[in-house]
Design a protein. Structure first.
Length: 372
């Protein structure tokens, strides 16, 4: 059996973590088994399921101190953590958003004795340490590791070499296919029976651009009294966004649903998926929403791989509020003039089926093992 140790922050319901769970559920666990080394010392949303599937979870804490001293302390802590498990695990698979973090983690794994290291880029930009990112891109590109990325954009952003492989963030497409009965049930339970429901799924962090979501919805809601907004997720900016809703006097039309395990059902109850992120490696929730047959509004900066269905509208990040409102009106008209159905075959043909992604990832692990 090949044992793979995934290095992550915490196994919560976020993009890369959901991708890992999609792979873990599909992979042949008699041949390949996962463990998870988390840098946040608290229980994650997926921890219980990981244990049920036979995986191990390990936690340790990084220093919050800034500057060179803090980084050195963290590097030593990561190397020490890796050294504890290099004998037990055949492969260390590192998931970071930033070349600086990725490089230090990879070097720590190699110096801890890991013979097989995989690094995986999950984003196409960042909102911190950009100068350090530029400095460390060439280094991570020349280390003796296997380089992966969720899209071409994510790979080009992380590495200076083309020597990387794209593994699409595959999903369980059947889980998200459109179901009219579930739609009626969700809308009844949430009191949304006759409403026009605009939905968003994502962490309350700067990257997800909730401030814009609130401004656009506030303006649109003035013209559509049936419009409501569903926000799924949690994060450090949640209280601030709730305060924004109050200041805009739309708090009675915005539903903060928190972390949910039934996101697949919630998509059914929506009429439009609004995803104006500043940047994304991919944006796995945007794929899920399209399987459910939702019209979608994206920023033009998001990866082109997201354009799968025929009901995608793109707007410039710096567009005025009026352009975003017009996009919502256009999307509403799309939903009115077409019969809603799923996009399962289109998503599969685009390479986002979890079975296909799992096959590609399994091949990576087997190739690494053969080089032992």
């Amino acid at each position: 059996m090949i044992k793979v140790l995934h290095y992550v922050s915490i196994m919560n319901r976020a993009g890369q973590e959901t991708f890992l769970m999609n792979m873990y559920r599909k992979i042949d666990r008699k041949k390949i088994q996962f463990g998870f080394l988390c840098t946040v010392d608290e229980e994650g949303d997926y921890d219980a399921e990981i244990k049920e599937l036979g995986g191990e979870i390990y936690h340790f804490s990084l220093s919050a101190a800034g500057g060179a001293a803090g980084q050195i302390r963290n590097y030593k802590a990561v190397k020490h953590a890796f050294r504890k498990y290099t004998d037990e695990y055949d492969i260390i698979h590192i998931h970071n958003y930033h070349a600086f973090d990725m490089t230090l983690s990879a070097i720590a794994a190699l110096r801890a004795g890991a013979k097989k290291v995989v690094v995986h880029s999950h984003n196409s930009s960042a909102d911190y340490h950009m100068e350090l990112h530029k400095v460390f891109r060439p280094i991570i590109s020349h280390l003796p590791v296997t380089r992966l990325a969720c899209t071409q954009d994510a790979g080009k952003w992380m590495y200076t070499t083309n020597d990387f492989q794209v593994i699409s963030n595959g999903i369980d497409v059947e889980k998200f296919k459109y179901n009219s009965k579930i739609r009626d049930q969700v809308r009844t339970e949430l009191g949304l029976k006759e409403k026009f429901v605009i939905g968003h799924v994502g962490r309350f962090e700067t990257q997800k651009n909730h401030e814009l979501i609130m401004k656009v919805f506030s303006q649109y809601a003035k013209e559509d009294e049936e419009a409501v907004l569903l926000l799924v997720g949690t994060g450090s900016l949640q209280d601030k966004i709730k305060a924004t809703a109050r200041s805009l006097k739309i708090e009675d039309r915005v539903n903060f649903l928190g972390v949910r395990s039934d996101i697949n059902d919630l998509y059914q109850g929506m009429d439009l998926f609004f995803f104006p992120s500043l940047f994304e490696g991919l944006g796995i929730v945007a794929i899920e929403a399209q399987v459910a047959g939702l019209p979608c509004i994206f920023t033009k900066t998001l990866p082109k791989e997201l354009d799968i269905s025929d009901e995608i509208i793109r707007c410039n990040l710096n567009a005025g509020i009026e352009e975003w409102v017009a996009a919502i009106k256009k999307a509403k008209n799309l939903s009115k003039t077409s019969t809603r159905s799923d996009n399962i075959e289109k998503v599969r043909n685009a390479g986002f089926d979890a079975e296909y992604s799992m096959t590609c990832l399994t091949k990576v692990y087997l190739e690494k093992e053969q080089k032992k």
